[in-house]
Design a protein around this ligand. Structure first.
Ligand SMILES: *Cc1c(COP(=O)(O)O)cnc(C)c1O
Length: 382
């Protein structure tokens, strides 16, 4: 299967006909328990927290898409991150990108730190800062690239070289790029994390998270967390993500085309400031984007002059919905300071560089001319 090209993998990896019926779609196995064949023997499944046939197929598909050894799926992206950080022990040191998803900051600051794990937020776009952050007890670096919402990139392969020289593992939150546009494992990372809620599901109708590991130890560890901690993805949600994956390459192509066109147009608008999109030549890390990504995606952010201006802009939008989240077929716009970064303090936002005028767009797959016209009339209201 791994010899196939991407679009073929998306349709077929893990998604072969049901052995019993020939159904071309993976059935949703709504069964908490499975009949045993004898004392201590079964047909491969005994209880759905430990394993479910629908979930197995999704995990097979995700491992193939990221080129991993195995994948494990969880109720949400946050549950996947909780499972990831469950690899750490009291006394371990974790380095995390400074401007990660705000939920990741909340999980680390308010829960994981309570387990005696030392957490340090570092600007991972600055390799010197990464180099300086290692300690003898550093166990893991968690990197999010591009970052949210400022689209700052971290050099995955350079960070992996530094980390591996010290026996430190690297995990990458690949949610913003999807497996189509960035392959962290191929760049040297050890673990990839996704919120499947976003591009992988792609239709804003289900929550989920995934960890894709590169070694048998990861498989054992993440399988244990599923079984022991219990935050597994439901068979129905697994089905939705399997269904979404079939059109992922196609959707991402359209997302990407729209993203590039809208970024190029926004760049010409006098009311738009500090536009952040890695596909623009004006992006300070455009070269790195060309090197480590297979495209630029459809996430971007920019500033208008004030919080009031941002409010007027969002209220005037007709096609773009003012909502959190990203990666769905519909275009969304959000005010970063009160939505995705509402849970961090104004001071932390200041350090991150997220102002009250910052707006993030998740560009959907609608017609790009309609989307530009919508943005144009909303900017006129600013
Ligand atoms: C949404 C998101 C998460 C969290 O995922 P949920 O499915 O909402 O729990 C983590 N990382 C990134 C980059 C995200 O966009």
């Amino acid at each position: 299967m791994s010899d196939y090209k991407y679009s073929t993998l998306a349709v077929h990896a893990g998604q072969y006909p049901d052995p019993q019926t020939g159904a071309v779609n993976v059935p949703i196995y709504l069964s908490s328990t499975f009949e045993l064949t004898g004392i201590g023997t079964d047909r491969g499944w005994d209880y759905s927290r430990a394993g479910n046939p629908t979930r197995d197929r999704l995990e097979e598909a995700l491992a193939a898409l990221e080129g991993g050894y195995s994948a494990h799926v969880f109720t949400t992206g946050m549950a996947a991150l909780s499972a990831l950080f469950a690899m750490l022990r009291a006394g371990d040191h974790l380095i995390c990108s400074k401007d990660v998803y705000a939920g990741t900051v909340r999980l680390l600051d308010r829960i994981v730190s309570g387990y005696g794990i030392e957490i340090e937020f570092v600007d991972t776009s600055d390799l010197k800062a990464v180099e300086a952050a290692f300690k003898p007890n550093t166990k893991m670096i968690h990197v999010e690239t591009p970052s949210n919402p400022l689209m700052v990139l971290s050099d995955i392969s350079a960070i992996c070289k530094m980390a591996h020289a010290r026996g430190v593992e690297v995990s990458v939150d690949n949610t913003f790029m999807s497996p189509v546009l960035q392959s962290p494992l191929a760049l040297g990372a050890d673990i990839v994390m996704h919120s499947t809620t976003k591009y992988l599901n792609g239709h804003s109708d289900g929550l989920g998270g995934a960890l894709i590991g590169s070694t048998p130890e990861h498989k054992e560890r993440f399988g244990l967390v599923q079984k022991a901690a219990g935050g597994v993805m439901s068979p129905f949600e697994c089905f939705l993500v399997l269904r979404g994956i079939k059109t992922l390459p196609l959707r991402v192509k359209q997302h990407e085309e729209n993203g590039r066109a809208i970024a190029a147009w926004l760049e010409t608008q006098p009311k738009v400031h500090k536009l952040a999109y890695p596909g623009l030549k004006s992006h300070p890390q455009h070269e790195l984007a060309l090197k480590q990504q297979k495209g630029f995606g459809s996430m971007l952010s920019f500033e208008v002059e004030s919080r009031e201006a941002a409010g007027r802009f969002l209220a005037a939008l007709k096609i773009f919905l003012s909502a959190e989240s990203l990666g769905g077929v519909e275009s969304l716009a959000s005010h970063s300071a009160t939505t995705t970064h509402g849970s961090v303090t104004e001071e932390q936002r200041g350090i991150m560089g997220i102002t009250q005028g910052r707006i993030r767009l998740s560009i959907g797959i609608e017609d790009k001319e309609d989307l530009i016209a919508d943005l144009e009339q909303a900017l006129a209201a600013v």
